[in-house]
Design a protein around this ligand. Structure first.
Ligand code: IPM
Ligand code: MG
Length: 358
């Protein structure tokens, strides 16, 4: 039976990079390598402009019915003054919650061709291969109560709640243990257990599960130390599992080890649904100019073939194609260096498609 995917290009460069991902899908389809029913929906600021909400009910229904969702990016200066409830980011957070996507995989791998593009020394970043497993549907992003209140004395009070239940910690930790078991067998749980009770519970819960995974070596780090260690000696990490907010921050940091945030894909997994998106945002500063790097989006398609569509050979093929265009010296502006061939979004996408041929 053919599977179905929902495309949500979203805002800013989301539209441009999605067009390149679609070229890859078209090619796969034309070759008869996969057969996917595709539909498209609205999310983010674009959805707000067209129908008055960043997450239309129709999008949620279509996303629940699809085997996988492919998302570009949301957000932009244009919508920054809107009420929180209708900001583009609410569309993204809303769909993560609606699909119960609790496990976010953010792999940070250095492409050898780009080791020089990192702001860190090549000998520090060469060979890094880190998987950040970020809890995605709970924590301070969603905890109640939240808001801004005006007190009788005229002061305002802004507040959010960091809350985790045992079962929420267990389900993401289970995935992280399993992933570590299939990799180098090292799992580092990152928390702030010295200050925050909810993350002390996080640590205790992760420790209580360790006996079920005798082949995984578990370690713990406070988030401030982890941020420092990622820069000092990133190769010490195999799999990192952490809370929603810490994972947001550490995955951006890990991405810079690889040279550009424009290279990193992600998978957000629940028990019934999955969503694939680049970890970068909508980059309003370069939107519409045809210069954005489409590789994180294209590599997100590869992750979709691997984790949802059970076609790992196609995932390998896409990743190989990306390596080939990098070998050939093609670079978008974010990863460009002297001597390399600077190309725009569409030319990069075309080159990947051309390199898909074996
Ligand atoms: C990410 C982004 C989002 C997040 C924003 C756009 C809401 O930074 O996917 O990392 O904070 O989760
Ligand atoms: Mg982020």
């Amino acid at each position: 039976m053919s599977k179905s995917i929902l495309l949500l290009p979203g805002d800013g460069i989301g539209q441009e990079i999605m067009a390149e991902a679609v070229k890859v899908l078209d090619w796969m389809q034309a070759q008869g390598l996969t057969s996917l029913q595709r539909s498209e929906g609205l999310i983010g600021g674009t959805a707000y402009d067209q129908v008055g909400t960043p997450l239309p009910a129709q999008t949620v229904t279509a996303a629940k019915a699809a085997d996988a969702v492919l998302l570009g990016a949301v957000g932009g200066v244009k919508w920054e003054s809107l009420d929180y409830a209708v900001r583009p980011e609410r569309g993204l957070l809303g769909i993560r919650k609606a699909l119960d996507l609790y496990c976010n995989l953010r792999p940070a791998q250095v492409f050898p061709q780009l080791a020089n593009a990192s702001t860190l020394k090549p000998e520090v970043v060469a060979g890094i291969d880190i998987m950040v497993v970020r809890e995605l549907s709970s924590g301070i992003y969603f905890g109640e109560p939240r808001g801004v209140e005006t007190l009788p004395d005229g002061r305002q009070k802004g507040f959010n709640t960091l809350v985790y239940y045992t079962d929420e910690i267990q389900r993401v930790a289970r995935r992280a243990y399993e992933i570590a078991g299939k990799r180098q067998g090292r799992l580092c749980s990152v928390d702030k257990a010295n200050v925050l009770e909810s993350t002390e519970l996080w640590r205790k819960t992760v420790i209580a599960m360790a006996a079920d995974y005798p082949h995984v070596a578990l370690s713990h780090m406070y988030v401030d130390n982890a941020a420092m260690q990622l820069i000092r000696n990133p190769r010490q990490f195999d799999v990192i599992v952490t809370t929603n907010l810490f994972g947001d921050i550490l995955s951006d940091e890990a991405s810079m080890l690889t040279g550009s945030i424009g290279m990193l894909p992600s998978a957000s997994l629940g028990d019934r649904s999955a969503l694939y998106e680049p970890i970068h945002g909508s980059a309003p500063d370069i939107a519409g100019q045809g210069v954005a790097n489409p590789l994180a989006m294209i590599l997100s398609v590869a992750m979709m073939f691997r984790y949802t569509l059970d076609q790992p050979a196609l995932a390998d093929r896409i990743e190989r194609a990306v390596n080939r265009v990098l070998d050939a010296g093609l670079r978008t502006a974010d990863i460009w260096q002297t001597g390399m061939n600077k190309v725009g979004t569409a030319a990069m996408g075309d080159a990947v498609v051309a390199a898909l041929t074996d």
